[in-house]
Design a protein around this ligand. Structure first.
Ligand code: TTJ
Length: 686
């Protein structure tokens, strides 16, 4: 280390980074996979800002073989001149000065994805090394930082400049910023960047930033490795020319969020082919929305604030819904599409089959809710409402959209009719048998314990496996709900049909939360809801249907991480004399267990849960100490939405292909992969 003098401001700066290093969770939520990706998003956000302000139109993200990652933009470049106040370069300020942005404000940082804005210095503080290159004013600047253990002081020094900012005098016409860093293995539980996590988010960012080109390259994997591992679109075709090139993908959408809507509606029947799109600004809030109706019955709303997803909704969505409902009701009246004496449509009527993307930009954002992904700024409501009204009025006046608006009203009329009929049917049914009143829950074998946080509900495929599970369980905290046959495909049903299904009603009342708008997570009776199905096609289908149901009607249950997939073993490796018994959950593990058991091993392959004894089911699948549970969380609602449409929707081709490709059930199936899985306990840090 070269000797360097630091002035007073440097010292507070370094102390700032030390604080980050000491308590990373305070700044990035966790040191698990989420936190790891968070430090990358901090850097990407800076480049996105530069693009959003019109100074860059290209961003490249690259993962290297050594696990490091870089982000490059073609913007103006971070300022390289000396900051008069701190007496250090702009580059040094950016990477060593903790961003002021409200990180000590309880409401302003989030533990669950979404909220960035703690600044590039946090990434620096949590990196083994970080290198910056700036192309600006015809020359190339470079600077380097590192973190290391200071033996004399017996502590880590974090994000310390290794080289000052230097003008390398390498002449260039280029302008932009390149940041390359290695996340610190001492900090993160894992430093393995996930290709799908990154590509999903980059794709989303490309949708949200019209015309921006984002490329992603992963040098850890070749194109053909990627394709043969089931990546890419449904057409898996080995690429002969680029076979050994690193996997690389480019996202660019001229249509921005309208292209996003088209992407979400892929494979659905659209009422009109061109999404409605409008952008406006009011009271300092930028509002952009795009909508398209399909023949489906459910609503798919994806909202964003400052490019951050807000799956829990909030005031911007309220404004959107209010504006949409008002302007469409008005349109129906003005154009005599409804009779004078007819009742108004309800907002719900206009949102049947609606796919919408709403993206707003505003200052001083407050995130709230279970997962801190709900916009809590009431001042966002009216501007969004007004711009939706203004935009849809303008669009409705254009002859090209006349048919679209008429079809929207027609669809709403259908929805209103069913709503009124369902209400009447429900009122009659409620008198005898209200959902809130079912006390005797079908075939549920309820546990005796009364502490929801300790209780587990196993949803088991089939009566026979259900019977085994009942024998195996610990009655104090484990409940068993056997499902006979297949519960109905909720994707294709209206709410009233879903509620007519007895198995689903049993499930709803067992969970205790209610569904849809009435859903209340606080009433949940079981903090672990475990789907236990066979590792075959039927089991896969049942699992998809249940996840679809949770996704559609109990989404917070999934996003709060209460849903799990139980993983029964596929094989038993044992000796005939009974001296050893080992279980394997996939083919790789099978090989390991075969080696472990040694000569004279025998293999039993389990075809279904029903083949196991109660003792085996307990020890391999139900015992909290030994089982292999996988948590389902909603990391990527968009991917889940698409996957569900493909698996559960009307079009058959994609599904067949998908099922063929994923016929190897030993692997995590791709649906599950899109929804995002964590090993039990893996996210219980912080
Ligand atoms: C600041 O104001 C003067 C002109 O440049 C502005 C700026 O900082 N632009 C900028 C920063 N462009 N790109 C960045 C950037 C890019 C990456 C990849 C990482 C970071 C920390 C900043």
């Amino acid at each position: 280390m070269e000797k360097k003098r630091y002035d007073a401001s440097d010292i507070t700066v370094l102390e700032g980074l030390e604080a980050v290093r000491l308590r990373p969770g305070m700044y990035i939520g966790s040191t698990g996979p989420k936190g790891l990706h968070h430090v990358l998003w901090e850097i990407v956000d800076n480049a996105i800002d530069e693009a959003a302000n019109g100074h860059a139109d290209k961003i490249d993200v690259r993962i290297y073989k050594d696990g490091s990652v870089s982000v490059e933009d073609n913007g103006r470049g971070i300022p390289t001149d000396i900051h008069p106040k701190t007496k250090v370069s702009g580059v040094q300020v950016v990477f060593t000065q903790l961003h002021a942005g409200g990180k000590f404000d309880e409401h302003n940082y989030s533990f669950s994805g979404g909220l960035h804005g703690v600044g590039a210095s946090v990434t620096n503080a949590l990196s083994e090394w970080l290198k910056v290159r700036v192309w600006r004013g015809g020359t190339t600047w470079e600077m380097e930082f590192h973190s290391y253990y200071n033996k004399a002081k017996k502590k880590y020094e974090s994000g310390v400049p290794k080289k000052p900012l230097v003008d390398t005098k390498v002449k260039t016409k280029k302008h932009g910023t390149f940041v390359h860093f290695m996340p610190d293995r001492e900090v993160f539980a894992t430093t393995d960047f996930q290709l799908t996590t990154i590509t999903h988010r980059l794709n989303e960012l490309a949708f949200l930033n019209k015309g921006l080109t984002i490329t992603f390259t992963d040098e850890r994997i070749t194109r053909n490795e990627f394709l043969s591992q089931g990546g890419g679109d449904t057409n898996v075709q080995l690429d002969l020319l680029g076979a050994t090139e690193p996997y690389s993908v480019t996202y660019r959408y001229e249509g921005g969020i309208s292209d996003f809507v088209l992407y979400l509606n892929e494979g659905k029947n659209k009422l009109y082919s061109k999404p409605l799109y409008y952008k406006g600004e009011k009271d300092g809030i930028l509002v952009e929305f795009s909508i398209q109706h399909t023949s489906e019955f459910t609503e798919s709303m994806f909202s964003f604030v400052n490019n951050i997803p807000t799956p829990e909704g909030g005031f911007h969505e309220m404004g959107f819904r209010g504006g949409l409902s008002r302007v469409l009701n008005q349109y129906a009246r003005d154009n005599k599409l409804v009779k004078e004496k007819d009742a108004h449509f309800l907002g719900d009527d206009f949102r049947e089959g609606l796919t919408a993307v709403l993206s707003i930009k505003m200052k001083n954002v407050q995130f709230e809710g279970q997962t801190k992904t709900k916009l809590g700024n009431p001042e966002a409501r009216t501007p969004v409402d007004n711009i939706v009204v203004e935009g849809l009025r303008k669009l409705a006046a254009a002859p090209a959209y006349k048919k679209a608006f008429e079809d929207i009203i027609k669809k709403a009329q259908g929805a209103a009719k069913v709503r009124i009929a369902a209400r009447q049917a429900k009122d009659t049914a409620r008198a005898k048998n209200s959902i809130d009143n079912i006390t005797l829950v079908g075939k549920l074998a309820a546990c005796s314990g009364r502490t929801p946080a300790h209780n587990e509900l196993f949803i088991v495929e089939g009566d026979s496996a259900g019977g085994t599970a009942k024998q195996a369980r610990v009655r104090q905290f484990q409940s068993i709900l056997p499902l006979r046959g297949k519960p109905l495909n909720v994707e294709k049903k209206r709410l009233d049909q879903v509620l007519a299904n007895e198995e689903i009603r049993t499930l709803i009342s067992a969970l205790g939360t209610g569904i849809g708008n009435d859903f209340n997570l606080e009433k949940l009776n079981y903090h672990k809801v475990i789907i236990l199905s066979d590792a075959d096609q039927d089991g896969f289908h049942i699992r998809c249907i249940l996840l679809t149901f949770f996704f559609r009607y109990m989404r917070p249950l999934v996003s709060a991480g209460h849903v799990y997939i139980g993983m029964p073993p596929l094989y038993k490796v044992y000796k005939a004399n009974g001296s050893v018994e080992e279980y394997a959950y996939d083919d790789k593990e099978l090989q390991e267990k075969i080696e472990k058991v040694g000569r004279g091993y025998l293999i039993q392959r389990y075809k279904g849960l029903g083949e196991m004894s109660a003792e085996q089911l307990w020890s391999t699948t139900m015992d909290p100490m030994r089982r292999n549970l996988t948590q389902v969380t909603l990391e990527d609602a968009v991917a889940a939405e698409n996957m569900i449409t493909m698996l559960m929707g009307d079009k058959v081709e994609g599904r067949k292909e998908f099922l063929n490709r994923n016929a190897n059930f030993n692997k995590q199936d791709a649906f599950i992969d899109k929804v995002k899985l964590n090993k039990e306990g893996a996210n219980e840090e912080e």
